[in-house]
Each structure stands twice: as structure tokens, then as C-alpha cells.
Design a protein around this ligand. Structure first.
Ligand SMILES: Nc1ncnc2c1ncn2[C@@H]1O[C@H](COP(=O)(O)OP(=O)(O)OP(=O)(O)O)[C@@H](O)[C@H]1O
Ligand SMILES: [Mg+2]
Length: 277
């Protein structure tokens, strides 16, 4: 290669660097919180909120002060799953006091925004919502705050991930091919914005009926994805009618039961907190 050609290559590399979008480097800590763990899934409906609530309860049962921040602007479901419908109160008209339920501190965008707020307004509200969550909530010296992230890899998720100093993200998926395609996009996005991926949880891994396993959504998809991307596999969660039912009833499964299914959540929670640095 001639000297001139070399120069051209260098120049174009420099230009490339200049035009590559910079991701925000100023990430905000959340006052009163030691570690922040996000639960995310690029695809909707794979059980992210179910996992977020039960993991939060499991971490609490492991002896840590825990909170949940429901950041799902489009479909906040944590209040229902935790059986909460009261609005957080403010003593000074500025700072919000989280709701306490099952010894968990909880704030949800669903408790701040009227159910009738049109979806189209919710997107632009995300930036101001992040500020509310980071500056205006009185979190009471929590060891861990679990964030139920908005679905997809769109603006809402990006804003939260760029503005909040997240210690790590857990990715929830089903073993299904169509979910895994979205997970791949999610992994790439978190890598790009330097959020540590703590691992993958495979939800709805199988349904066991009369000692026979049925792989409704396919088999080992999450495990294989973890291997492929060299990400830790944190465990799988079977399809369980009582898990669905307890979410609908507003008492998370892990709060209500102490059986082997609950212990599985405890062991996943233990792995998660050990991976957070
Ligand atoms: N392992 C499971 N066994 C049985 N039902 C489950 C399981 N995981 C989740 N569900 C049910 O599947 C539905 C979707 O779960 P959930 O709302 O947690 O998903 P999500 O990923 O948070 O959805 P969204 O993208 O809408 O926020 C709920 O009705 C929930 O109760
Ligand atoms: Mg959800």
C-alpha cells in the first residue's frame, strides 16, 4: 500500500470515529440504592414482569433490602402482580415515597400515570420519568433495586439504559425461535451501550403433565443462545399454572409458596446477586 493510500485509510477511520454516535457517558446513580439490576427481554410477553417480581421477592428472602421500579411505560403490570393500587404519597410535594408491599419498596410508572394516558404521550414522557425515578423517589437504603424494563429495543429502553447507572441486566426469553431473534438484538444493544449482561433466564421452558415433559415453546433455546453469546445461563423456569395465578391474584409465587419451584427462583436470584459487582 502506498503512503497516500495509508493516509486515506487513517483519515476515513478518524472520520468514522467522529460520526459514530456517542452514547451518553453520564449515567445517573439512584439515590438510596446500592445496586441496580434491570430485567429485560427484547420481546414482549415472555414473562419479564413475572420474573422481576419473583426475583425481587427471592432477593428479599435472601436477606437483602429490595425494591422494584416498574419502568414499563407501555404496560406497567407490577402493581397488579404485587397487589398494589394506592398511589405513592409525597410529604413535601416534591419527593415520592415508594409503596411498601411484602417488605419490598415499589414505584411504578403505572401508579404515576393515569390509566387513560394515551400510549402516544407515554413515549415522550420517558425522559422526565427517568428523572423522577432517579431524583425524586426516596428509596430507603436499598441493597438491590430491580427494574422491570420497557419491552423492545426502542427509545424507552434505550433512555433508561443510557441514563441510569445499571449494574447489570438479566435477559428473559422463552426457548422459542421468534423470541430468540429479538433477544439477539437485545444483547447487541446492551453490549453497545456498555451495560453488563448478568445472564439469560429461560422462561416457560417446559410444561410437565403427569410426569411427561412437553416442550411447548421449543427446547433449550435460551441455553443455546447463552452458549452462543458466551453469556451465563442463570436457569430455567417451567410453565406453572400457580405462577400465573399468583401473579393475577397479586401475591407473587415466591412470597406465597416455599416449594421446589420457589427454591428455583431463590437459586436464580442467588446467582444474579453474585454476578453483580
Ligand atoms: N412460567 C410461567 N408459567 C405460567 N405462566 C407464566 C409464566 N411466566 C409468565 N406467565 C404468564 O404469562 C403472561 C405474560 O407474563 P408477563 O406479563 O410477566 O410478561 P412480560 O414479558 O412482562 O410481558 P410485557 O412485555 O407485556 O411486559 C402473564 O399472564 C403471566 O402470568
Ligand atoms: Mg411486563
Amino acid at each position: 500500500m502506498s503512503e497516500n493510500q495509508k493516509k486515506e485509510v487513517n483519515l476515513s477511520q478518524k472520520l468514522t470515529d467522529e460520526i459514530t454516535p456517542r452514547f451518553s457517558i453520564k449515567k445517573n446513580k439512584i439515590n438510596g440504592v446500592k445496586k441496580i439490576i434491570a430485567i429485560s427481554s427484547a420481546k414482549g410477553g415472555v414473562g419479564k414482569s413475572t420474573v422481576a417480581t419473583n426475583i425481587a421477592i427471592a432477593i428479599k428472602k435472601l436477606g437483602f433490602k429490595t425494591g422494584i421500579l416498574d419502568a414499563d411505560v407501555y404496560g406497567p403490570s407490577i402493581p397488579l402482580m404485587m397487589g398494589v393500587d394506592e398511589k405513592p404519597i409525597s410529604e413535601d410535594g416534591v419527593k415520592l415515597i415508594p409503596i411498601k408491599k411484602f417488605d419490598i419498596d415499589l414505584i411504578s410508572i403505572g401508579l404515576l400515570v393515569s390509566e387513560n394516558t394515551p400510549m402516544i404521550w407515554r413515549g415522550p414522557m420517558v425522559a422526565s420519568t427517568v428523572k423522577t425515578f432517579t431524583n425524586k423517589v426516596i428509596w430507603n437504603d436499598l441493597d438491590f433495586l430491580i427494574i422491570d424494563m420497557p419491552p423492545g429495543t426502542g427509545d424507552a429502553l434505550l433512555t433508561f439504559s443510557q441514563e441510569i447507572d445499571i449494574n447489570g441486566v438479566v435477559i428473559v426469553t422463552t426457548p422459542q425461535k421468534i423470541a430468540l431473534a429479538d433477544v439477539r438484538r437485545g444483547i447487541e444493544m446492551f453490549k453497545k451501550i456498555n451495560v453488563k449482561i448478568l445472564g439469560i433466564i429461560e422462561n416457560m421452558s417446559k410444561l410437565t403433565l403427569e410426569d411427561t415433559d412437553h416442550f411447548i415453546f421449543g427446547k433449550d433455546g435460551g441455553k443455546d443462545m447463552a452458549k452462543k453469546f458466551q453469556i451465563d445461563f442463570l436457569g430455567d423456569i417451567e410453565i406453572n399454572e400457580n405462577l400465573r395465578k399468583s401473579s393475577d391474584d397479586g401475591v407473587p409465587y415466591v412470597e406465597k409458596f416455599d416449594d421446589h419451584f420457589s427454591k428455583n427462583f431463590m437459586s436464580i436470584a442467588d446467582k444474579i446477586i453474585k454476578r453483580v459487582n
